[in-house]
Write a protein that binds this ligand. Structure first.
Ligand SMILES: [Zn+2]
Length: 109
């Protein structure tokens, strides 16, 4: 074992990973494996209930962000040479990673 992550350690890791993307002020941290409620700063209408462990292992747990992220990834693939990449890609855990859809190019201008 030896995997003991207390609240301070969790916050430190979460913030180094996500910066200010999530609001942790509402959470009640009990343990690394006990679900907490956090709030996505961009989509505050919906609380994210997730274990600290999963929060650190995934893109954060907000389904809206995840959907945006997928769309962005798809768009980046489609217009790879149209736009300089202004945003660095956030770390993408393997659990959620999907291969880009090839051959399904929309002709939207
Ligand atoms: Zn979000």
């Amino acid at each position: 074992m030896g995997l003991r992550i207390d609240e301070a350690t969790f916050l430190e890791r979460a913030i180094s990973r996500f910066g200010a993307r999530y609001d942790y002020s509402q959470m009640t941290y009990k343990s690394y494996r006990t679900p907490i409620k956090i709030r996505c700063v961009e989509h505050p209408v919906r609380e994210v209930v997730i274990t600290p462990e999963r929060h650190l292992q995934t893109t954060g747990g907000c389904k809206y962000c995840l959907r945006n992220y997928r769309n962005q990834t798809l768009e980046r693939v489609l217009r790879l040479d149209c736009e300089p990449s202004s945003l660095p890609a956030p770390p993408m855990p393997q659990a959620i990673q999907e291969p880009p859809v090839v051959g399904q190019v929309s002709n939207a201008v």
